[in-house]
Design a protein around this ligand. Structure first.
Ligand code: 13P
Ligand code: SF4
Length: 358
């Protein structure tokens, strides 16, 4: 909503929200409508406001922490207290002593934070920030799939709903999937879901015969092998690095495969000066910050768009983040029974990761 187009009625409501219970009731209804239809609090922000300074002030006032994934917009990464991959973010969510966690990421990440810190208020700037990979595995269908393999242990990639985690034995991320599978006895039968590309990568790395769920991420499935090959001819010195959510034929040509934090570390430690990066483009911000003199080229997708943006991750904006901190909404809440069941598989993941020094 444009600030100048704010109606007098909305202005009165805003004032009433501050000054009286009747106004607050109307305001809450307005918020409920916004959250249901839009997924975020769509209140106008004074354009003269120093939004970054205000976010910092509100953070202190509310004892809030901002956890941001590497795929967030640069301006969100720059105000975050912690920027990381899915594993790092879960570890932070489990140990923070803040009262409020503002999760600048997608819904399943905020849910994971809530499961690990159920007494804390977990806010997500836009409730509609979902995940195509998570959507590719509806829990009721997965439960049926699981029934076909009663003697299998279930490992699920963290990119799934809380309900799916509740159906799992161990959760993993792209940073620890190989180690988690390897920590199990060699004869242990395993179902791995929902990402078939990560599952296939883990299968090759470990030599285990995993039963895979056929899910995938929309961002990592669009890279063009031919265009990457052309780019490599153009930049023969460049290293090609890829996230394990990419398809097998893309991974087959990579110099390095790893999670977002693994890729970032590789670009810092490797002496190469040029890198072709096959993952969501948000990570390039930290790569460029850490190595300002190196060249980072986003791997080209199969379509005409040259951007590798995750449309879900990019739903979060600084304005939505400000409103979310200011109004304490939208909040991610979960059924306590789901929290109870989903907690153990996530804690197992954290425990195994610690054992491996991850
Ligand atoms: P990581 O940050 O764990 O590498 O995962 C990438 C991802 O797809 C998050 O949605
Ligand atoms: Fe989901 Fe893919 Fe977006 Fe990650 S990049 S949040 S896996 S859709």
């Amino acid at each position: 909503m444009d600030f100048v187009s704010i109606s007098f009625f909305t202005f009165v409501l805003l004032m009433s929200n501050i000054h009286g219970p009747f106004g607050r009731m109307i305001m809450n209804t307005q918020f409920e409508t916004d959250l249901e239809s839009k997924g975020f609090i769509d209140e106008p922000i004074d354009p003269s406001l120093d939004i970054v300074a205000e976010i910092q002030r509100l953070k202190k006032e509310k004892n809030a922490v901002i956890l941001a994934h590497y795929y967030q917009d640069a301006e969100i990464q720059d105000i975050a207290d912690y920027i990381g991959d899915s594993l790092g973010l879960s570890q932070q969510a489990a140990k923070t002593d803040a009262d409020v966690i503002v999760f600048a990421g997608v819904h399943f990440m905020a849910e994971t934070a809530k499961i690990l810190s159920p007494k804390k208020k977990v806010l997500l700037p836009d409730l509609k920030a979902g995940c195509s990979l998570s959507d590719s595995c509806p829990p009721h269908l997965f439960a049926k799939f699981k029934e076909q393999y009663p003697d299998h242990l279930v490992i699920t990639y963290v990119n799934c709903t809380a309900e799916l985690k509740a159906l799992s034995d161990i959760v993993c991320t792209s940073s620890n999937a190989v180690q988690i599978v390897e920590s199990l006895p060699k004869d242990q039968k395993i179902i791995f879901g929902p990402d078939r590309n990560l599952g296939d990568y883990v299968r090759k790395k470990t030599g285990r015969d995993l039963v895979l769920w056929n899910g995938a991420c929309m961002v990592h499935e669009i890279f063009s092998q031919d265009k990457i090959a052309d780019l490599r001819k153009q930049f023969p010195e460049a290293k090609f690095i890829a996230h394990p959510e990419c398809e097998e034929h893309i991974l087959a040509t990579a110099d390095y495969i790893g999670s977002t934090s693994g890729m970032l570390k590789y670009t810092i430690e490797n002496p190469a000066q040029q890198f072709i990066v096959a993952t969501e483009s948000g990570i390039l911000h930290q790569m460029q910050k850490a190595s300002p003199n190196k060249l980072f080229i986003p791997a080209p997708p199969n379509n005409v768009c040259a951007c590798n943006d995750c449309p879900h991750m990019k739903l979060n904006t600084l304005e939505k983040l400000y409103n979310c901190l200011y109004y304490g909404l939208p909040e991610v809440d979960l059924d306590p029974a789901v929290i109870e069941r989903a907690r153990l598989p996530i804690e197992r993941m954290l425990e195994i990761s610690e054992r491996f020094g991850l």
